[in-house]
Design a protein. Structure first.
Length: 272
């Protein structure tokens, strides 16, 4: 891929619940999240050549990259209105980027594979629809590794860092609080405690301290109540690793509410 003069930042975003942009009743509760996602193109300052998404909804034995030129849809949610199973987000894939990603991972000594059948899951098509509703930016998904090793996923981010100079936007898509069995008032205390730790770790630690703390994230206040299973947190590690020595900024933050305290973060300078 050609090299751009603009180094793009990386992001860890809280992507919200289910297919919320297509549900009228979710518009007001998700207003803050929608505004933060819609503002990302302005922050970036240029249209990326492609977006690489590490979604909290896909893990494999090896880091697996979506290789289809026209990815299908994967409606990986249940219990939502019928029309939300007819959604289409028709952004093209990029076999070229998929090959580049696989090569970078292999060069770092990490296991890599490709999947030409995998479709966009809602960790990808939901936020990308809000960011780029015209679906005119190529999108490639990359799986987590099922071991959920935080430091290995930081290393994955390091391996992917050159893409930032090639016009590729790296987005870790998850949730800073994800415990579907503790929503509403039971979410408030653990999510607030874990969010405070995240803010301190990401915004106010040195690069080395930040990585060290993330490697021990499960020791943080409220950690396992916030993430009984860390699938929605691990994408953060990739975003951090790809911008390891750069400052973080909280770009979305809501306190309380049905899903507790949630945040999104940008790593590296905004372009505009």
């Amino acid at each position: 891929m050609t090299t751009s003069a603009t180094r793009l930042p990386t992001y860890f975003i809280s992507h919200g619940g289910g297919p919320w942009p297509w549900m009228d009743e979710m518009r007001q509760p998700m207003k803050g999240l929608a505004e933060s996602l819609a503002d990302m193109p302005r922050q970036i300052g240029v249209t990326p050549k492609a977006v690489l998404v590490i979604s909290g909804h896909w893990e494999e034995a090896a880091y697996t990259v979506m290789a289809s030129p026209k990815p299908p849809m994967l409606y990986d949610y249940g219990g939502f209105p019928a029309h939300t199973y007819q959604i289409h987000y028709d952004a093209p894939g990029s076999p070229e980027l998929a090959l580049r990603v696989k090569g970078l991972i292999e060069a770092a000594g990490l296991p890599a594979a490709s999947d030409a059948q995998r479709g966009y899951d809602h960790g990808t098509f939901v936020p990308l629809y809000v960011m780029y509703p015209q679906a005119n930016v190529p999108v490639v998904q990359l799986s987590m590794r099922a071991n959920y090793d935080p430091l290995e996923h930081v290393a994955l981010g390091r391996a992917l860092a050159p893409l930032r100079d090639e016009g590729v936007l790296i987005v870790g898509s998850g949730l800073s609080y994800h415990n579907l069995r503790r929503l509403g008032p039971p979410a408030h205390a653990p999510s607030a405690a874990f969010d405070a730790w995240l803010q301190q770790t990401l915004l106010h630690s040195s690069p080395a301290e930040r990585v060290a703390h993330l490697g021990r994230w499960a020791e943080a206040p409220g950690a396992r109540l916030s993430h009984p299973r860390e699938d929605h947190l691990i994408p953060l590690m990739v975003a951090v690793g790809a911008a390891e020595n750069e400052a973080a900024e909280c770009v979305y933050h809501e306190v309380g509410g049905f899903t507790g305290t949630v945040s999104s973060f940008r790593f590296g300078a905004a372009g505009a």
